[in-house]
Write a protein that binds this ligand. Structure first.
Ligand code: MG
Length: 164
C-alpha cells in the first residue's frame, strides 16, 4: 500500500444577502461567501488537499476562476470530479479532516450535517471524515466576521501492483 498526504487552505469574504454554503450544504445565516463559484471554502480546501496529495497542482489550475463555465458553479462538482480523477489513477481517500474558522454563524449545530455531506461527496463512510469548527476569537478578519477560512488535510492510498 502506498500513501500520500495533502493539505488545502481557503478563505472567502462574507457579504450580506448571499447564501452561505459550506461543505456542500446551505447554512442558515444572514451573510454568505463571495466568490466566482458558490465560494464553498470547505469544498475548495478539500479539493486542493486531494490535488496536492497526488501532485496535481491546485484548484486554480483545474478550475480557473477566469473561466466563465465556473461562474456561480456548485463546488460539489469540483470535489466529485477530483475524487473521480484520483480514483481513475488508483488513489482512494483514507480519511479527511477539515477545520472551519468562522466567528459567525455558530457551526456546532451543523457540523454533523456538514460531515455527512462531505462523506457522501468523498464516497467514504462518515467515520473517515471529521469537521472541526473554531471562531477567530474576535481578532482579525475572521474574528470580525469579515471572512471564513478553512484548512483540510487528506490521506489517500493506492494498492501497489494494482495501478490502472
Ligand atoms: Mg475558494
Amino acid at each position: 500500500m502506498s500513501f500520500r498526504v495533502g493539505s488545502g487552505h481557503d478563505s472567502h469574504r462574507l457579504a450580506e444577502g448571499l447564501p452561505l454554503i459550506l461543505g456542500g450544504i446551505k447554512i442558515p445565516h444572514t451573510k454568505g461567501l463571495v466568490g466566482h463559484s458558490d465560494a464553498d471554502a470547505v469544498l475548495h480546501a478539500i479539493t486542493d488537499a486531494l490535488l496536492g496529495a497526488v501532485g496535481l497542482g491546485d484548484i486554480g489550475d483545474a478550475y480557473p476562476d477566469t473561466d466563465p463555465r465556473y461562474k456561480g458553479a456548485n463546488s460539489r462538482l469540483f470535489l466529485t470530479e477530483t475524487v473521480a480523477k484520483l480514483n481513475q489513477l488508483g488513489w482512494y481517500v483514507v480519511n479527511m479532516d477539515v477545520t472551519i474558522f468562522a466567528q459567525e454563524p455558530k457551526l456546532g449545530p451543523v457540523k454533523l450535517a456538514i460531515r455527512d455531506s462531505l462523506a457522501s461527496l468523498l464516497g467514504v463512510p462518515t467515520d473517515r471524515v471529521n469537521v472541526k469548527a473554531k471562531t477567530g476569537e474576535k481578532v482579525g478578519h475572521i474574528g470580525r466576521g469579515e471572512a471564513i477560512a478553512t484548512h483540510a488535510v487528506v490521506l489517500v492510498s493506492k494498492l501497489i501492483g494494482f495501478e490502472v
